[in-house]
Design a protein around this ligand. Structure first.
Ligand SMILES: Cc1cc2nc3c(=O)[nH]c(=O)nc-3n(C[C@H](O)[C@H](O)[C@H](O)COP(=O)(O)OP(=O)(O)OC[C@H]3O[C@@H](n4cnc5c(N)ncnc54)[C@H](O)[C@@H]3O)c2cc1C
Length: 286
C-alpha cells in the first residue's frame, strides 16, 4: 500500500515517520520549498530566527522523550520556565540552537518528500491520504466536516533587529490584554547567541485589522521594554496561526485522514501526537 501525506509540518512529518518505521511506504507532498510549516525559522542577518512557534513545551511522555532525544543530539535545549506575564504554573520551554525548524528537518531525514508541490485535489490510486494541515487549507482539497468546523485566528510576526541589546535581560513575555501584542521573545536569548533580535507575535484581532503592522508593532515593543532605539522590521503573516482547541486525536472521512494542532491545545506537541495517531490508525487497519 502507499500513503500520501499532504503537508510537511510537524504533524505530517510525525505521521510519515511513524508509517515508514512500521514498513508502510509513505510519500509527503509539500507546497512550500522547505519542511516545517509553522515550526518556522528563517536565516536573517546571518543567523536563524524563529518566526513561527516560539518554543516547545511537553507534558506528554512520548513527546518529552522525543525532545530528550533531540537534546542528546544537540538539536534542542531546555530554555526557560519564566516568561514575564505568565499565568499559572511554571512550564519548561524548549528552544533549538539551530532554530526550531531544525527539528522538522531532523524528522524529515530519509523521508520521500516532494517540495514545491501544491495539492488541489485528492491524489488517486493510493490507499490513504493524510491531510496534515489546518482545516481551512484541507477544505480547499476536499470537503470534510471535521475540517469545516475548525475555527482559526491569524497572527502577524514582527522580527525586530536592533543595533544593540538596549533592553533589560528577559527571555520572553506574554503581553496580556494588549491591543497589538500577544507575546515578545528575545531571539538572542532563546538561540543562545545574544543577538539583538526580538520577535513579537500580534493578537488575532490586530492581525485581522491591519495592512501595515510593522510600525505599530515596533512602537508597542519599544514602549513595553522601554527601548528608545529604532529597529529594522521584518514582517511575516500567518493566516492560519492558531486554532480553537479541539477534541480527539485526528479525524477520518473514508480513506482521508485529517491531523494537526487543531486536535487539542494548539501546540507543536499536539500536532506531533495527532500525526502519529493518524499513522497508527492506518497501520492498525492495514
Ligand atoms: C506565530 C505562531 C506562534 C506559535 N507559537 C507556538 C509556541 O510557542 N509553542 C507551540 O508549541 N506552538 C506554537 N505555535 C503552533 C505550532 O507552530 C503548530 O502547532 C505546529 O507547528 C502545527 O504543525 P502542523 O503540522 O499541524 O501544521 P503546519 O505547520 O501548518 O503544516 C502544514 C503544512 O501543510 C502545507 N500545506 C498546506 N496546504 C497544502 C497543499 N494544498 N498542498 C501541499 N502542502 C500544503 C503547508 O505549507 C505546511 O507546511 C505557533 C504558531 C504560530 C503561527
Amino acid at each position: 500500500m502507499t500513503v500520501v501525506v499532504v503537508g510537511a509540518g510537524i504533524s505530517g512529518l510525525a505521521c510519515a515517520r511513524e508509517l515508514v518505521d512500521a514498513g508502510i511506504p509513505a510519500r509527503i507532498v509539500e507546497r512550500s520549498q522547505q519542511v516545517g510549516g509553522r515550526l518556522a525559522s528563517e536565516w536573517l542577518g546571518g543567523r536563524w530566527v524563529d518566526t513561527g512557534a516560539a518554543y516547545l513545551t511537553a507534558d506528554d511522555p512520548a513527546f518529552l522523550g522525543r525532545l530528550q532525544t533531540w537534546r542528546i543530539d544537540g538539536l534542542a535545549r531546555p530554555w526557560t520556565d519564566t516568561l514575564r506575564g505568565q499565568q499559572g504554573a511554571a512550564t519548561l520551554r524548549w528552544a533549538a540552537p539551530g532554530g526550531l525548524r531544525s527539528l522538522a528537518v531532523d524528522l524529515a531525514r530519509e523521508l520521500e518528500i516532494s517540495l514545491n508541490t501544491e495539492i488541489s485535489a485528492l491524489p488517486s490510486a493510493v490507499e490513504a491520504v493524510v491531510l496534515a494541515m489546518p482545516g481551512p487549507e484541507a477544505q480547499r482539497i476536499v470537503d470534510m466536516p471535521a475540517a469545516a468546523e475548525q475555527v482559526w485566528s491569524p497572527v502577524v510576526t514582527a522580527i525586530l533587529t536592533y543595533a544593540r541589546r538596549a533592553w533589560k535581560d528577559f527571555d520572553g513575555a506574554f503581553v496580556n490584554d494588549h491591543p497589538v501584542l500577544a507575546t515578545v521573545c528575545d531571539d538572542g536569548a532563546r538561540r543562545g547567541d545574544r543577538a539583538p533580535v526580538l520577535v513579537a507575535h500580534s493578537t488575532g484581532a490586530f492581525a485581522e485589522s491591519t495592512t501595515d503592522p510593522g510600525p505599530a508593532m515596533a512602537k508597542a515593543v519599544g514602549e513595553l521594554l522601554e527601548i528608545g532605539d529604532e529597529p529594522a522590521v521584518t514582517i511575516r503573516r500567518w493566516p492560519y496561526a492558531s486554532p480553537r482547541a479541539g477534541h480527539g486525536l485526528f479525524a477520518r472521512h473514508g480513506n482521508v485522514y485529517l491531523c494537526g494542532d487543531a486536535f487539542g491545545k494548539p501546540r507543536v506537541q499536539t500536532a506531533w501526537l495527532s500525526g502519529r495517531a493518524a499513522a497508527r490508525a492506518i497501520i492498525s487497519e492495514h
